[in-house]
Design a protein around this ligand. Structure first.
Ligand SMILES: C[S@@+](CC[C@H](N)C(=O)[O-])C[C@H]1O[C@@H](n2cnc3c(N)ncnc32)[C@H](O)[C@@H]1O
Ligand code: SF4
Length: 398
């Protein structure tokens, strides 16, 4: 996750570099249930409105939670499927809060209504994130349910009105990019605290529908718009958080933006970005799915490291006998192609390994989602060597 607003603030008020602080344990995104009332086109969990047998019981979840606490996990993001479809969701959330976790709820928002809003508020979530993948019909088409936009927006307003910290999450593809300006306006008009921009990742239905991925020019346009908007909001004193996910090249693109707009701050921002260190799947981000399988992050459901029913998370996570985990934890990562040659590898850490793996079979190949040009990353010429687009397999010429 790249925190745009945090690095943007370094332009107006630079802070000392200081030593790098590593979090005590990974942030755990926990898909507590796979069932969902929606069937979105891009869904990595391939959720649907049916039961998925074998999910962790309440008691099992409490046992895992105790282990996560002892392992010094600081943050739990309760996700799904649609987490509000779990009858015990409020008990789980309250117990997690009582144990001292920072607890986020990741919801599609359509089920936040007058009947449950007080129970949601009682949980005292540190953050509620609701997905909006466009305005009105765009969102409804993407999420494949008529009326989903109005229902999600109503859910957002209910949370906001009770003082919960609320964010909008947007996954951009070619189908919904045109609504990005409208969504940014909505964030301002509705008094929403955070905007999370997610690049499409190649997992689940998002892998099947990767042809809808935004082309690189569109991604660059979106990033410029996000940076300009975030800067403008900060100038106006609007305290809004802007973050991005699933493409750590955003940090490098941001550095280029700073070099153009505020060259006098570029060296400072670059030092801060190097300290951030880019992609942290398998290191500072972890995933537990509805069946208790542990993955390096939410996009790696096709690669399981172990199951919490057989072995505690605290033992699975540090175990580097799995080659993927060993590679993800290696620093710097042994990435190939233009990622390996990139001058800014230390900033983005080789980006999103699952996209490389889905397109080439090799998790250490260059990430085809990198939208910077060769001359922007100090790669002299990839010329004939590689042909990379999100739509073709990587061809290596002799
Ligand atoms: C799987 S959903 C679960 C929570 C809830 N049902 C929702 O839709 O917000 C969590 C987040 O992952 C995003 N997501 C799902 N598949 C994705 C993909 N292939 N690439 C990027 N983001 C994805 C969703 O848009 C949503 O914001
Ligand atoms: S992205 Fe969320 S709302 Fe959409 S199908 Fe997946 S779990 Fe459900």
């Amino acid at each position: 996750m790249f925190r745009i607003s945090q690095y943007m603030a370094e332009i107006a008020s630079p802070t000392p570099l200081g030593p790098k602080r590593n979090p005590p344990g990974p942030v755990v995104i926990w898909n507590l249930i796979r069932r969902c009332n929606l069937t979105c086109k891009h869904c990595y969990s391939i959720s649907a409105d049916k039961d998925f047998p074998g999910e962790l019981t309440t008691d099992e979840i409490y046992g895992v939670m105790d282990d996560l606490k002892a392992f010094r996990v600081p943050v739990l993001i309760l996700s799904g499927g649609e987490p509000l479809l779990r009858p015990d969701i409020f008990d789980i959330a309250k117990r997690a809060k009582a144990k001292g976790f920072y607890v986020g709820l990741s919801s599609n928002g359509t089920l936040i209504d007058d009947a449950n809003i007080d129970r949601i508020a009682e949980c005292n979530f540190d953050y509620v994130g609701v997905s909006l993948d466009g305005i009105k019909e765009t969102h409804d088409r993407f999420r494949r349910m008529d009326g989903a936009f109005e229902a999600s927006l109503a859910g957002i307003r209910r949370c906001r009105d009770l003082g919960l910290k609320i964010g909008v999450r947007f996954t951009m593809t070619q189908d919904n990019a045109h609504d990005l300006p409208g969504l940014l306006k909505l964030v301002e008009d509705e008094g929403i605290d955070r905007f999370y921009f997610s690049h499409l990742n190649y997992a689940g239905r998002g892998n099947k529908n990767r042809k809808d991925d935004a082309r690189h020019q569109l991604t660059r346009w979106a990033m410029d718009l996000l940076f300009d908007t975030c800067w403008e909001y900060q100038q106006r004193g609007l305290a809004k958080e802007f973050t991005t996910g699933n493409n750590d090249a955003d940090g490098v693109y941001f550095l280029h933006w700073v070099q153009r707009r505020f060259p006098e701050r570029a060296a400072h921002v670059e030092a801060k970005l190097r300290q951030w260190g880019g992609n942290s799947s398998g290191v500072n981000v972890a995933n537990i799915d509805n069946l208790g399988n542990v993955h390096p992050d939410t996009m790696w459901w096709h690669h399981t490291l172990g199951n919490v029913r057989q072995r505690p998370f605290s033992q699975i996570w540090p175990d580097v006998s799995d080659p993927l985990m060993a590679g993800l934890k290696q620093h710097p990562r042994a990435v190939k192609g233009r990622c390996g040659e990139c001058r800014y590898l230390e900033i983005c850490n080789g980006n999103t390994r699952v996209r490389a793996q889905q397109l080439t079979g090799d998790p250490w190949a260059e990430d085809p989602g990198c939208y910077l040009a060769d001359d922007e990353i100090g790669v002299v010429s990839s010329g004939e060597r590689l042909t990379v687009t999100p739509y073709t397999r990587i061809n290596r010429s002799a």
